[in-house]
Design a protein around this ligand. Structure first.
Ligand code: NAD
Length: 494
């Protein structure tokens, strides 16, 4: 049985861990590896290595950091096949989908290659006689990243390229369900010329997370995962004086107006609801059918859901793989059963779906539930599986009110032929990321990613300009040349 170790100070290390967790192949249902679960002493070792490395990396030149990022970007391109296979085998998603997350994550590295521009400060000449003012930003020190299972490479890439390019050192605690991609990333950074100790990976569970949240030498924590854990991480880490960005769960609504091209909208709803078996923070889990769009939309969605090819991730003909664990499969099946028991109409029921030759895999087929209402658990809870619920409303105003009353605010989309409706929607909806005829877009790396309400705890979105701000602190310097006499009155510009 393969053991997945930590990566500390430039080398694979078992450190002091004795506890382990299973890593499955979700397509076969078999355990394929065990991953070490760090003890607080392992976290201490990693943070000590990162603290030591910060002494020189924090002073490295912008050119040196950019050079590492350019080399790392090339290695991500060269190792795309290998990374995609690793992700697919531990997560279950189809290989092309895994490639997609590598490409979207790589865009953040490309942004970090331009760090010299992103870190430029400002300068004001002659604010007073012989006095100038400038500002500049400095790294925080050791920062930690705690990431979810559903994007094992893209979500960590939202964090560490920006953190490292701004001069910090990093300790990553990836999801214990699919940790191997992070290990390869650590090796690629080493090959790209990143000094030992600048990027470390500590595998683990709550014990490792708690040790990072409490550690006095961790200056900031980036978290992406479910909302209850995001709230916990935000509360605990801010209580110990750390800067925190904490992105949580989602319940993303896609509104379909009667004037939309319904075939086009249904195509996108199907891909966004069932792609990656619905395990995306930007998945569409609720379709909001406005007016008389409902009947025809549900008919087309039914046809398309039945056409989705469910199979192992390494089969090029599969559209959708299994979910990540047996517990995730059980949760999805329960959610569909609960929705039906509470009055939803099961237009397509994926609960009994099996894949020939993979009977023990964690497969569940697409489910389409019509006539979902806000009181149902299937509406209120994040199912995080291939389940699309349809809520019917009369007007676009009702659709907006529905979305605004939902506690989550990660992403939303509108499908319409009306620019006026789209403009009203984007201005009135209380959601951080919006698609117009685009199903829940992940913003490009030179914008920042972040939801509203329970989808983002605190006020720090991730990557892009917000990432640069998060991982640095500003200094403002006021300089006078030559010397003049001191005055006892409070200095003002003269
Ligand atoms: P999760 O919250 O269970 O785990 C996330 C991380 O927290 C993991 O590293 C895990 O080890 C750790 N963790 C889990 N339980 C903990 C506890 N009790 N104490 C301390 N740490 C703990 O999330 P997941 O199941 O891995 O991922 C799916 C969730 O992530 C979904 O809710 C999804 O919407 C969300 N997500 C959000 C975004 C976003 O950008 N907003 C992106 C991806 C995923």
């Amino acid at each position: 049985m393969k053991t997945i170790e930590h990566w500390i100070d430039g080398t694979a290390t078992p450190a002091g861990s004795t506890r382990t967790a299973r890593v499955y192949d979700p397509a076969t249902g078999r355990q394929q590896a065990e991953v070490l679960l760090a003890e607080p002493s392992d976290v201490d070792t990693a943070v000590a290595a990162a603290s030591k490395a910060f002494q020189s990396w924090g002073d490295s030149s912008l050119s040196q950091r950019a050079k590492v990022m350019f080399a790392f970007r090339e290695l991500l391109v060269r190792h795309e096949d290998e990374l995609a296979r690793i992700i697919s085998s531990e997560h279950g998603k189809v290989i092309d989908d895994a490639r997609g997350e590598i490409v979207r994550g790589r865009e953040v590295v490309e942004y970090a290659c331009g760090i010299a521009d992103a870190l430029k400060g400002s300068f004001s000449d002659q604010v007073s006689r012989d006095v100038d003012v400038h500002d500049f930003r400095q790294p925080l020190g050791v920062v930690a990243g705690i990431t979810p299972f559903n994007f094992p490479i893209m979500v960590p890439l939202w964090m560490h390229p920006i953190a490292l390019a701004t001069g910090n050192t990093f300790v990553l605690k990836p999801s214990e369900r699919d940790p191997s991609a992070s290990r390869l990333v650590a090796e690629l950074y080493a090959e790209a010329g990143l000094p030992d100790g600048v990027f470390n990976v500590v595998n683990g569970d709550k014990a490792a997370v708690d040790a990072l949240l409490e550690h006095p030498d961790v200056a900031a924590v980036s978290f992406v995962g479910s909302t209850p854990i995001a709230k916990y991480v935000h509360e605990r880490a801010t209580a110990t004086g750390k800067r925190v960005q904490a992105l949580g769960g989602a319940k993303n609504h896609a509104v379909v107006l009667p004037d939309a091209d319904l075939e086009y909208a249904a195509n996108h709803l199907t891909a966004a609801a069932f792609g990656s078996a619905g395990q995306r923070c930007m998945a569409i889990s609720i379709g909001v059918a406005v007016g008389d769009a409902g009947d025809e939309l549900v008919e087309i969605l039914k046809r398309k859901a039945n056409e989705v090819k469910v199979g192992p991730g390494d089969d090029a003909t599969s559209d959708m793989g299994p979910v990540v664990t047996p517990a995730a499969r059980a949760r999805v099946i329960d959610a569909v059963a609960g929705g039906i028991a509470q009055g939803a109409t099961a237009v397509v029921d994926g609960r009994g779906h099996t894949v020939a030759g993979h009977e023990d895999g964690f497969f569940v087929g697409p489910s389409l539930l019509d006539n979902v209402t806000v009181e149902m658990d299937a509406y209120r809870e994040e199912i995080f599986g291939p389940v699309l619920g349809i809520v019917r409303v009369g007007t676009v105003d009702e659709a907006i009110a529905l979305i605004n009353a939902n506690p989550y605010g990660n992403g939303t989309a509108i499908f319409t032929g009306s620019g006026e409706a789209a403009r009203k929607f984007q201005r009135e909806v209380k959601v951080g990321m919006i698609g117009v005829n685009v199903p829940i877009p992940v913003p490009m790396s030179y914008y920042s990613f972040g939801g509203w309400k329970d989808s983002l705890i605190g006020d720090s979105p991730i990557h892009g300009p917000e990432g640069v701000r998060f991982y640095t602190r500003a200094k403002v310097v006021t300089t006078r040349w030559p010397h003049t006499e001191a005055a006892f009155t409070f200095p003002t510009a003269g």
